[in-house]
Design a binder for this molecule. Structure first.
Ligand code: GFB
Length: 310
């Protein structure tokens, strides 16, 4: 990628897309195309094809997606499958038709089997049954990887894929029914402290293990991959540091300064018991994450005062 390239970041207002734009701007890239979902509904084929025909981007970061935490994934199953399949199919096909030079598709660690051996290597894809709470989203993301590989094999397109671990950072979603666990716990502990409530509810058993990465690390990895990875298949992006949900809750409780109790709502699902990525493919290429979890959460927490619930 060079400074003159016309860059389209699909999903530029979301947590991942906005982090990619921030990173590229820091590095001196300025030739961006932006289009909001109101201007171009990425689920609509005509809108997407027309947009690509007019704009003819050189490089595409495919960060647009319908995303959410365990409850949203499990509840809006049709939307998570349909919206994501449409968005990625339309953008990948339009990129092929309009001659995009390089495309990076972003997936998720939920593509792997529920009981995959840990840490999870890229080759474990499609070796077992998926976690049911996010199966529709995972199926859509697996389809995205396979689209990139098929367009490379049949048409010679340089389309690549990256699979990030659980992410957090600026522009995250703090709506308690739609959000992932990390922003949800920041909000729950903060509101409990603010309102002098003595309890915070943790969904599930607190025992699942997760790996959390600051989205600025992911954005840097995306820049690295767009410049250095030109092969079929995909690359895991993670920190290789895992933490239980209960210990994450203790960490956030400390950062926020909440002094009450943690109680469990065991009617809520745990999801995958463990989800730790093997990132040796990426580290062997020369990229490592750099933002430690505690520092990353403190940084996010210190920037939340613009939120209406804060
Ligand atoms: O982050 P999360 O919603 O998604 O939940 P997944 C992680 C764990 O935190 C689960 C527990 O075991 C939840 O039960 N948890 C505890 C909570 N308290 C809360 C809470 O207040 N809110 C939430 N949301 N969780 C997602 C997938 O799975 O991971 C997506 O559904 C995506 O498809 C994403 O792949 C990265 O890590 O379980």
């Amino acid at each position: 990628m060079n400074k003159k390239d016309k860059i389209y970041v699909a999903g530029h207002t979301g947590m991942v897309g906005s982090a990619i734009v921030r990173r590229l701007m820091e590095l001196g890239y300025h030739n961006f195309i932006f289009s909001t979902s109101k201007e171009t509904d990425l689920r609509k084929q005509d809108a997407v094809f027309g947009f690509f025909e007019n704009e003819k981007p050189d490089v595409v970061f495919l960060a647009a997606a319908k995303v959410g935490g365990i409850f949203a994934n499990n509840t809006y199953r049709a939307e998570f499958l349909y919206d994501n399949l449409m968005i990625e199919s339309n953008i990948i096909h339009a990129s092929y038709l309009s001659g995009v030079q390089k495309l990076l598709f972003l997936g998720s660690s939920c593509i792997y089997p529920r009981l995959a051996p840990q840490p999870i290597k890229e080759e474990y894809l499609l070796t077992g049954l998926l976690e049911s709470t996010n199966e529709p989203y995972a199926i859509a993301k697996i389809a995205g990887i396979k689209l990139c590989d098929a367009y490379r094999a049949q048409y010679g397109c340089n389309f690549i894929s990256a699979m990030p671990t659980n992410l957090y950072g600026p522009n995250d979603n703090y709506d308690l029914t739609g959000s992932h666990v990390l922003p949800a716990l920041i909000r729950k502990f903060h509101e409990a402290k603010k309102n002098n409530v003595n309890e915070v509810v943790l969904w599930g058993t607190g025992t699942p293990l997760r790996e959390f990465m600051h989205v600025d690390d992911l954005a840097d990895a995306c820049y690295f991959l767009i410049n250095n990875f030109n092969e079929p298949g995909f690359v895991n992006v993670g920190t290789q540091v895992e933490i239980s949900i209960l210990n994450l809750a203790y960490l956030i409780k400390d950062i926020v300064g909440f002094e009450g109790e943690i109680v469990y709502d065991r009617t809520k699902p745990d999801g995958m018991p463990r989800k730790l990525m093997d990132v040796s493919k990426l580290t062997t290429m020369g990229w490592h994450s750099s933002i430690p979890l505690e520092a990353g959460i403190r940084n996010v927490y210190n920037q939340l005062n613009t939120q209406d619930w804060f």
